[in-house]
Design a protein around this ligand. Structure first.
Ligand SMILES: Cc1cc2nc3c(=O)[nH]c(=O)nc-3n(C[C@H](O)[C@H](O)[C@H](O)COP(=O)(O)OP(=O)(O)OC[C@H]3O[C@@H](n4cnc5c(N)ncnc54)[C@H](O)[C@@H]3O)c2cc1C
Length: 435
């Protein structure tokens, strides 16, 4: 196999400069990009970079490049685009083994030919990869039914900064003896190791899928209907509140709206649809269900695609807060205590609230935003949760850091980082507490 040396890897011709890590359009730093074609090449490149103390930024599709703090340094972008494809698929066992640089869309196209899918959203952000999905560990609206990437992963292969190739788990998780490295790596934002391959649990594609849009009086009422009735009594795959601002951004009437995804066999979906119409009518004191719209098949997919892609793409500021479901109404109410223009979506079954806005870039507006966000984060933390920046204008970042108060386990987290990455070369400073 051809040697991949950092000295010989040219900057990729015709490739645009990488965006500055963590920035939302700031002046591009232009670190070098290398694109290994095999795991062995990843290992060699990483070992060389570590020996030279170069800061390495692993990159999948770049769709969540703004997550966390901008890294303190970035000498080398390690693109996983060359590690692409399905290695093994056991349809009868509902397991697929796939390389980390494989775009999620490509994986789902492959699986669809076998009547299966990885139940992330119909189309994740264009170009988003399996490795990026696992490194961020975050999930969209369907986490209500299918859990987060951690729940879908049965095995991982990864490369440590010193070039050692490791694996944890495999096709089936049997007894997890000792430390569960998989749980540690998923969600660590590429600060501990470079993921090269994963075994994922897949699902049969549902025969029928549709989305109900229920217009409600206000956001708290809509959330209450979703949380206390629909999630508690039925089995939808997603139940998300959109406030008037979020509904308007998605081209719906500017009213609080509850979006409910139903997926499964036709009788099951029909039964749930009827029950939801009744629950919505009961919630208004027996009057006819307020505006209820039904989106089927491709229209339903298009709605969720817009929900997951257009809201963040059209906003300069995205902040995600999470609390327990019981505390979600309080967190939502606190987010409404501002005259600032924002849109909100909240998972009626999973306690994650995301706030979208496009602040003006003058000092006064940015100070006002920072003040509100600090208060809101303090409220989230007082409720036992957290608030994290997914995307922010460069000039807001110094006023409102990406992470809030470090968790009590921060000492342990630092010790883990020191063990995995003693020279601090992987995404330095991106993670909580400057890790
Ligand atoms: C709030 C939220 C909602 C989401 N909703 C959805 C959804 O609805 N559907 C869905 O499919 N996904 C969803 N995601 C997950 C999203 O798709 C992933 O974050 C995305 O897959 C990132 O992929 P990427 O290849 O673009 O990663 P990138 O933006 O390239 O990288 C993201 C981070 O992961 C690191 N990284 C990337 N690849 C590797 C690797 N191989 N090894 C080590 N580190 C790596 C990078 O260094 C960086 O820190 C959501 C994420 C968030 C935060």
């Amino acid at each position: 196999m051809e040697q991949l040396s950092l000295d010989r890897q040219p900057e990729r011709p015709g490739r645009p400069a990488e965006p500055s890590p963590g920035s939302a359009g700031g002046p591009p730093r232009a670190p070098r990009t290398i694109e290994p074609a095999t795991e062995e090449e990843v290992a060699r490149a990483l070992a060389e970079a570590t020996a030279a103390s170069l800061a390495v930024l692993p990159r999948g599709g770049g769709s969540q490049w703004g997550l966390g703090e901008p890294p303190r340094a970035g000498d080398l972008v390690l693109s996983l685009a060359g590690l692409r494809g399905v290695v093994e698929h056991a349809p009868e066992e509902l397991v697929v083994r796939v390389l980390a640089g494989t775009p999620l869309e490509e994986l789902n196209r492959f699986l669809a030919a076998h009547g299966q899918w990885l139940p992330v959203e119909p189309v994740a952000a264009p170009g988003a990869t399996v490795g990026g999905l696992l490194a961020t560990g975050a999930a969209g609206a369907r986490r209500l039914a299918f859990g987060t990437p951690r729940d879908m992963t049965t095995g991982l292969r990864f490369v440590l900064p010193d070039g050692r190739v490791m694996h944890n788990g495999a096709r089936v998780v049997k007894n997890v003896a000792g430390y569960d490295v998989m749980r540690l790596l998923i969600g660590s934002l590429g600060t501990l190791a470079v993921l090269t391959e994963a075994w994922l649990r897949v699902r049969p594609l549902p025969a029928r899928r549709e989305t109900l849009l229920l217009a409600e009086e206000g956001p708290l009422e809509a959330l209450d209907l979703g949380r206390r009735r629909i999630v508690a009594e039925l089995l939808p795959t997603a139940v998300e509140l959109l406030d008037a601002g979020a509904a308007a951004r998605l081209g719906l009437p500017a009213r609080s709206t509850l979006a409910v995804a139903l997926e499964g066999d036709a009788p099951g979906v029909a039964y749930q649809r009827e029950r939801i119409a009744r629950l919505a009518a009961e919630a208004t004191g027996g009057a006819a269900a307020p505006g209820l719209e039904r989106l089927e098949a491709e229209s339903s997919d298009a709605f969720w695609r817009a929900f997951h892609q257009e809201l963040p793409a059209g906003s300069g500021l995205v902040v995600r807060a999470g609390v327990t479901l019981a505390e979600l109404p309080a967190l939502l109410a606190a987010s409404l205590e501002t005259g600032l223009e924002a849109a909100r979506v909240a998972g009626a079954g999973h306690g994650v609230l995301r706030l979208f806005a496009s602040p003006a870039e003058d000092d006064e507006a940015l100070d006002e935003w920072a003040l509100f966000l600090r208060r809101w984060r303090a409220r989230a933390e007082a409720l036992g949760g957290s608030a994290v920046v997914e995307k922010a204008p460069d000039r807001l970042r110094p006023r409102f850091p990406a992470w809030g108060t470090p968790p009590p386990s921060i000492g342990l987290m630092r010790a883990v980082k020191a063990r995995f990455d003693p020279r601090g070369v992987l995404n330095p400073g991106r993670f909580v507490g400057g890790i």
